[in-house]
Design a protein around this ligand. Structure first.
Ligand SMILES: Cc1cc2nc3c(=O)[nH]c(=O)nc-3n(C[C@H](O)[C@H](O)[C@H](O)COP(=O)(O)OP(=O)(O)OC[C@H]3O[C@@H](n4cnc5c(N)ncnc54)[C@H](O)[C@@H]3O)c2cc1C
Ligand SMILES: Cc1cc2nc3c(=O)[nH]c(=O)nc-3n(C[C@H](O)[C@H](O)[C@H](O)COP(=O)(O)O)c2cc1C
Length: 593
């Protein structure tokens, strides 16, 4: 890429210095330039013997409660960032997870910001369910005098887009709160809009004297010139790291109905680090054949630049209601009006993708019109399957290929077939780290761990065991693994057997659903071995569940409740309460999708 000069020729430097500065500055991101601006402002102040200037006058300060409901950490990260920004707006913020909150947090709040994501099919994140239910229930307190603003996160691919944030926003109003700033509902490419909304909402909520004051990046000189946002991930969907695929192998046997790829990505870069339990985000590219088909469907097939952009940058598969509405408006097609009805849309969209809309309701579009309809291609997350202690400079993933057929077309998941069909060893892969502090090994390596997962859900457990081996941890470990078939689908079988032989893994139970006439799943194995499981729990075990939510994690959750209920002499409520207690203590953690 050729660097664009930024400093003008008449800048107060020699021509050589201007060239040198331009060559560096032209490669910087807006965030890095903001940092430089803050750095030099603070540096001058420090040279003059003054304190680095903070953005906002210190008075009068007010309290802000920042509540978040989050499953995979997006809303949580926004809440944390808001706390830092609030300081600069004259607000003293405290951040509270829905998981740790009770109703008093609402009645005590003066200014309230809520960041909430939606999961399942329009549900609150699992850790947020209790507080959310109480908030919606009759016992929720009146909150007259509380000023609030809600940011909702979601994915327009889901029918119940941002349902949780929407419901919270309406509920806070119904309870007497005053909406200080309008809610925003954000799709997967939320970063920029979330930052803008947060700035504006904080300005509305800030004490009058502090509102409207310009914000500069705070520079901590005492910390050796460290950027205050050091804990922010360096690599993001917007700024991924380009790694290289070092290994790409299908772990299933040739007779399998599954296709599960073990992917090793070499990613050596300062600032690239992760922990077992985190996910790695991958920025994929679309199937070039589909990109071409889509361009052809709207009369742009001959334009190579359009096809390339479709392949690299845009979501060309998701058929969302918002997109259909925008297409109907743009094309003025009255025969799309019936899809405004939620049920009719759901029936149409089931098993269909964008290409089906364009082929069934064909119209010629300009490139701008086409791109205006599409959202950016979102990244996909994969639970990291390696410990960085065992594989420095590498991240391993376990990717299940998603394939199906509908309406006479062969279809494939974008990211999973990107690995399975369109990448080879030596190819680049753009990645970022998605930390997950709610799926962590116990700090105490002596603690027993029970790892329950089916299919690709086994990925983080490979990372866990590798990490414990590197640490020389002595705690017992028990893997309960499920898949379809022993011969073809026992993912990482040799590694588990070696770990079992050398004691790194204390116990393994497997459930291969299709190896006998009746289906057997991991939850049945838990029930069969419940006495042992309860003993491990008594001994302080941490329980982990990873993998498919609908196909496995939900049933495992019910089964764990049942097992704990039996221990409480059949009292279901006591069983659920014990599971919640374990969850609150960080001893029941889920990474489900
Ligand atoms: C925190 C987290 C961790 C994850 N870890 C892993 C992991 O370790 N391994 C792993 O493999 N995945 C993991 N996933 C899932 C992963 O992120 C992707 O969602 C998955 O790989 C599919 O992505 P894709 O781009 O291939 O498919 P997409 O292009 O996203 O397509 C998937 C969509 O296709 C449609 N679809 C799929 N099958 C059918 C069908 N039979 N009929 C009709 N429509 C269908 C559905 O609408 C589905 O949502 C994780 C997800 C999260 C959130
Ligand atoms: C399994 C799954 C189910 C989801 N269900 C919904 C949904 O019903 N509605 C929605 O708007 N978004 C849905 N999403 C998208 C999430 O809300 C979105 O990824 C959000 O940014 C996650 O934020 P969090 O990390 O704070 O939980 C779903 C995501 C996943 C992985």
């Amino acid at each position: 890429m050729t660097a664009q000069p930024l400093l003008p020729k008449n800048a107060p430097f020699t021509p050589e210095d201007i060239d040198a500065l331009n060559s560096v500055v032209a490669r910087t991101t807006p965030q890095q330039r903001a940092w430089l601006a803050g750095f030099f402002a603070g540096f001058e102040a420090a040279q003059a013997g003054a304190q680095p200037q903070l953005a906002v006058a210190a008075k009068p300060r007010q309290a802000l409660t920042v509540l978040y409901a989050s499953e995979s950490g997006n809303a949580e990260a926004l809440a944390m960032r808001t706390k830092k920004l609030a300081q600069k707006h004259g607000l003293d913020a405290r951040v509270v997870d829905f998981a740790d909150a009770d109703m008093s947090v609402l009645s005590k709040a003066k200014n309230l910001m809520v960041f909430a994501s939606t999961w399942g099919e329009g549900d609150p994140p699992s850790r947020a369910v209790d507080f959310y239910t109480a908030l919606m229930g009759d016992g929720a307190p009146r909150i007259e005098g509380v000023r609030f603003a809600v940011l909702a996160l979601g994915d327009t691919a889901y029918a119940q887009f941002c349902a949780t944030g929407k419901a919270i926003d309406l509920r806070l109003e119904a309870l007497g709160g005053k909406r200080a700033f309008d809610r925003v509902d954000l799709d997967l490419d939320y970063a920029k809009q979330a930052a803008e909304w947060t700035q504006k909402a904080l300005t509305e909520l800030a004490p009058a004297e502090a509102a409207g004051t310009a914000t500069v990046v705070h520079v901590d000189f005492k910390g050796g010139g460290q950027f205050a946002d050091d804990d922010e991930p360096q690599f993001t969907p917007e700024n991924p790291l380009t790694g290289e695929i070092a290994t790409l192998v299908n772990l299933n046997g040739s007779g399998s109905t599954r296709e599960t790829w073990h992917v090793e990505i070499a990613a050596e870069a300062p600032g690239f680090s992760y922990l077992p339990g985190d996910a790695i985000g991958i920025m994929p590219e679309n199937d070039p054949g589909l990109a071409l088909e889509l361009a052809e469907a709207v009369g742009l097939g001959a334009d190579g630049a359009v096809v390339q952009k479709l392949r690299e940058r845009y979501d060309v598969t998701t058929l969302s209601r918002a997109l259909v509405e925008a297409y109907a408006k743009l094309t003025q097609r009255t025969d799309l009006a019936h899809l405004a009805d939620q049920k009719a849309f759901a029936k149409f969209a089931e098993d269909r993708q964008l290409i089906d809309l364009f082929e069934r309701y064909p119209e010629k579009l300009t490139a701008d019109q086409l791109f205006g309809l599409l959202r950016p291609l979102p990244g996909r997350l994969y639970s990291v399957a390696s410990s960085p202690k065992a594989h420095p400079g590498e991240a391993h993933l376990l990717v299940g290929a998603v394939r199906w057929e509908s309406y006479g077309k062969k279809r494939g998941g974008v990211a999973s077939t990107y690995f399975a069909d369109r990448r080879k060893v030596g190819d680049p892969a753009r990645i970022y780290v998605k930390p997950n502090r709610h799926f962590r090994l116990p700090e105490d390596g002596n603690r027993p761990i029970i790892m329950i997962g089916a299919g690709t859900g086994v990925a983080p457990y490979r990372a866990f065991i590798e990490d414990r081996v590197e640490d020389g941890a002595t705690g017992k470990s028990w893997l309960v693994f499920g898949e379809r078939n022993f011969t073809n689908d026992f993912l990482y079988q040799l590694e588990w057997q070696e770990y079992l032989a050398d004691g790194a893994l204390s116990r393994i139970d497997v459930a291969f659903s299709r190896d006998q006439p009746e289906k057997i799943y991991v939850q049945q194995r838990l029930w069969e071995h419940r006495a042992e499981l309860l003993k491990w729990v008594e001994d302080g075990a941490h329980i982990y569940v990873c993998g498919d939510e609908k196909g496995m994690a939900r049933d495992v959750d019910v089964m764990l409740g049942r097992i704990l209920a039996e221990a409480a002499r059949g009292d279901d409520e006591a069983g659920r309460a014990k599971l919640k207690e374990l969850s609150k203590a960080g001893r029941y953690q889920r990474d489900v999708y």
